[in-house]
Write a protein that binds this ligand. Structure first.
Ligand code: HEC
Length: 479
């Protein structure tokens, strides 16, 4: 809230993070899973004395090196840029808490990337044993990068009671380890490790699919079926790990999921349900493609098939990460900080002193209503694009808009919006200004030059109840 808002038209800032994150997840999990895949494949080739295999693995390790150290690293930094711009307040909280976590992470990155380079450039130049060892050092350090980032990612959904007890007191960093090993830490680590192994298999299928099955029938058959097996642990254990994960998620989020499943086809929560369905369906399709094409018919497994599996995996990853984001709503840091950077503990104070007082635009020409919208809504909404205000409020006159905004402001315990939208904070006049801004944006009502006072006057007659505590009737959800 102490920063300007990053305005991304149509797409919305959240999607910028989402798009970068989906690619990053695909590549970074491959960087970990591939770390185990390479030395295991190499060991098998050495045991079987297969020179053909060694050549193929060497080619795969080049692909691995280029993809993970360039795209993996760049997309990782890209996430930093995007979250720093979209959610500066939450990013700042994470850094303050986990600065030493990141210091450890970077040490592991350094060893990881150096070993990846050494591993690739020492093929055939050092003893087999030493080369394999390099592979294992890579595997160990890259898994450690997951071990650390997993603590920070899961913290955002479930910071844990010990950390929440000191949140906002300046003592947060003293609860580093309990925040790190938070309630969803272990199930998430297991889930992500399984995903890493599966993605190692998926990416290896891409390299293997390019081997000519007529020139090297044996190599192709063996390599494809060996790689396809990397998907098996994920398919067997993922459902169990997922149940464990969901059991560790806070009651409110689980409630959100169940609401989604029971109101399928009607409520907003179907977004989560839909995402879950996409994950299940794409996973089932991957299973079918891998079984019928890769395992039953490896010689004919072509590049197109490999890419198809990869695209399906991309969809599954995207849907799962989207569901994880939805579960966390309306917070970026569970029970502590809302997606728009407002701390839960600050709500009462901001309602008292006003939102504008702490806004970067307080001294600017920006009209209060627009400032409210930019500061409090634009993390999740756009005017015309993703979760468009114009669409969501279509057909609402000013009074109807006022009812919704007041409901968001009061956020009574039974408000359906509480599960996914933060309360609107601000003084009654500020809330009123937001209503005016939305009304003008959606209904195109002409307003004079940006002068909040004249607007308030202009509209106060049309809707006298605005800004005042709601009546029982107004307390009802709009639809
Ligand atoms: C944490 C993210 C988030 C924030 C911040 C947020 N919203 Fe929403 N909002 C949502 C989601 C999710 C939906 C459901 C969207 C859908 O159905 O497509 C929604 C729906 C709505 C709807 C439609 C409600 C209905 O009954 O159909 C309105 C109106 C709305 N938001 C207004 C606002 C306003 C005004 C703000 C700022 C004060 C705001 N939102 C801030 C996430 C958010």
């Amino acid at each position: 809230m102490n920063y300007p808002v990053w305005d991304v038209p149509i797409l919305g800032s959240a999607w910028v993070i989402g798009i970068i994150a989906i690619f990053h997840v695909m590549i970074s999990h491959f960087a970990v899973g591939g770390g185990f895949y390479l030395p295991m494949a190499e060991r098998k080739a050495l045991r079987d004395g297969s020179g053909e295999w060694l050549t193929a693995i060497r080619a795969h390790s080049k692909f691995f090196l280029v993809l993970t150290t360039s795209f993996g690293a760049v997309s990782g930094v890209g996430i930093w840029f995007a979250i720093g711009l979209a959610s500066p307040e939450s990013t700042s909280t994470l850094i303050h808490n986990f600065v030493f976590g990141w210091a450890m992470e970077w040490c592991f990155f350094l060893v990881e990337i150096s070993t990846a380079l050494v591993y690739y450039y020492t093929w055939g130049r050092v003893s087999d044993r030493l080369h394999l060892r390099l592979g294992w050092i890579y595997a160990g350090t890259s898994w450690c990068t997951l071990v650390i980032i997993n603590g920070i990612l899961t913290f955002m959904l479930t910071p844990g009671s010990a950390w929440l007890a000191v949140a906002g007191t300046g003592q947060e960093a003293s609860r580093f380890w309990s925040a790190f090993f938070n309630p969803t830490y272990w199930p998430s680590l297991v889930l992500r490790t399984l995903v890493c192994l599966a993605l190692a298999g998926v990416w290896a299928l891409i390299t293997a699919s390019r081997i000519n099955g007529f020139e090297h029938p044996r190599l192709k058959t063996e390599w494809i079926s060996w790689s396809a097996r990397w998907l098996v642990p994920a398919f067997l254990l993922m459902p169990l790990a997922l149940v464990w994960y969901l059991a560790s998620v806070p009651e409110s989020s689980r409630h959100l999921m169940q609401a989604g499943i029971s109101t399928i086809g009607s409520g907003v929560f179907t977004q989560i349900t839909r995402a879950a369905l996409v994950t299940v369906m794409t996973s089932a399709t991957i299973l079918a493609v891998v079984y019928f094409l890769a395992i039953r018919n490896p010689r004919d497994f072509g590049f197109g098939h490999g890419v198809a599996v990869l695209v399906l995996a991309l969809c599954a990853t995207g849907a799962t990460e989207h569901a994880r984001e939805m579960i966390r709503k309306p917070y970026t840091i569970g029970q502590h900080m809302y997606s728009n950077g407002v701390r839960r503990s600050d709500v009462a104070r901001l309602n008292e002193v006003g939102y504008a007082a702490s806004s970067p635009w307080r001294d600017s020409q920006m009209e209060t209503g627009e400032m409210m919208f930019r500061g409090q809504c634009m993390n999740c909404h756009t005017v015309d694009g993703y979760r468009s205000m114009r669409k969501l409020l279509e057909g609402h006159d000013r009074e109807a808009i006022a009812r919704i905004v007041n409901l968001l402001h009061q956020a009574p315990a039974d408000s359906p919006y509480r599960n996914f939208m933060p309360p609107v904070v601000g003084t009654p006049a500020e809330v009123n200004a937001l209503v005016g801004y939305l009304d003008r944006t959606v209904n195109g009502t002409k307003a004079g030059p940006s002068a909040p006072e004249s607007l308030t006057k202009k509209y106060s007659r049309a809707s006298p109840a605005l800004g005042l505590p709601m009546t029982a009737a107004a307390n009802q959800p709009d639809r």
